[in-house]
Write a protein that binds this ligand. Structure first.
Ligand SMILES: C[S@@+](CC[C@H](N)C(=O)[O-])C[C@H]1O[C@@H](n2cnc3c(N)ncnc32)[C@H](O)[C@@H]1O
Length: 281
């Protein structure tokens, strides 16, 4: 559905591209064989693949997980509004394309800290009345949730799916990402969902993890692989959807059972408790 979008376009800062600094959105685009990247991004991706040869496979598996979760949320859970935080450069199988198969009127807001991502997303959306992209920093969730575009497209009284897919590992512990996710959860209506995938350190050899961290140390954001235990803490207060917190390739993908290890991303979906079913923790 297209026309004149009724919300004020969110401010997008000037691109101010420094193509000599590897950018986390564009490194990921390289891993997915995308075309929206520069030499510094490709060099960073090459170094990452030297350290962690499974990184490109894991990026594709993460993208496939995202697609399966949106299918689950739209078809089985009946979710009709989605907020995709740290959405990344548009690629195949974007959230609105999957959600709107179940319901063409499903609302989707994309947000990202990277102006280039927002410009690309807006170009793809071309004045959709149900989908928008906005520039926002996950570290300021209260600002994000009060933006006009969110207040127009997202009904705060209805269940919402918040997607935090492959983004929380760009926030160091000093940002307290657990507290940030808790602030998001507090804004969600009962029966909402939080989808998280996160780079896990448990199965990466220590030296490979060190080299990968070094690649991101010189990039637009640091990369922080976390233990499965630390990733599980993001879901506190939520009811886990089966099969719980697992390797991205293992989340509701029986056809992928027995895929090669190591697991580089842990992933899961939690649901905010329904009234009368408060959790004990
Ligand atoms: C690896 S990409 C993930 C893209 C997509 N979610 C996926 O999993 O396919 C991570 C994205 O998170 C964005 N990002 C990093 N830090 C962020 C922050 N503080 N707030 C919002 N977005 C952020 C990056 O710009 C990048 O586009």
């Amino acid at each position: 559905m297209t026309g004149q979008a009724p919300w004020p376009a969110g401010p997008v800062p000037p691109l101010g591209l420094d193509v000599t600094v590897p950018n986390v959105a564009r490194i990921y685009d390289c891993l997915l064989s995308g075309k929206d990247n520069f030499e510094a991004d490709r060099e960073a991706a090459r170094r990452l693949l030297e350290a962690v040869p499974d990184a490109a496979r894991a990026a594709r598996a993460n993208r496939a997980f995202l697609a399966r979760t949106v299918q689950f949320l739209a078809r089985e859970a009946g979710i009709r509004q989605f907020l995709d935080i740290g959405t990344g450069l548009p690629t195949r199988g974007n959230v609105h394309e999957i959600a709107q198969i179940a319901d063409p009127q499903a609302h989707v807001v994309y947000s990202d800290i990277d102006p280039m991502v927002v410009v690309h997303a807006n170009a793809l959306l071309a004045n959709s009345l149900t989908v928008a992209a906005t520039h926002a920093d996950l570290r300021q969730p209260d600002q994000l949730f009060t933006m006009p575009v969110i207040r127009t497209l997202i009904d705060a009284g209805q269940p919402l799916a918040v997607l935090l897919v492959a983004v929380l590992h760009f926030l160091p512990d000093a940002d307290d990402p657990w507290a940030l996710v808790d602030r998001i959860k507090r804004r969600l209506a009962p029966g909402s969902y939080v989808v998280i995938s996160h780079v896990t350190s448990d199965e990466i050899p220590r030296e490979a993890a060190r080299q990968a961290a070094e690649v991101y140390r010189n990039a637009s954001a640091p990369g922080v692989a976390r233990s499965r235990g630390d990733i599980a803490r993001f879901f506190s207060g939520l009811d886990m959807v089966e099969p719980g917190l697992v390797d991205v390739s293992a989340w509701r993908a029986p056809h992928l059972a027995g895929q090669p290890r190591p697991a580089l991303f842990s992933a899961g979906i939690g649901r905010t408790p329904l009234p009368g079913r408060e959790r004990a923790d």
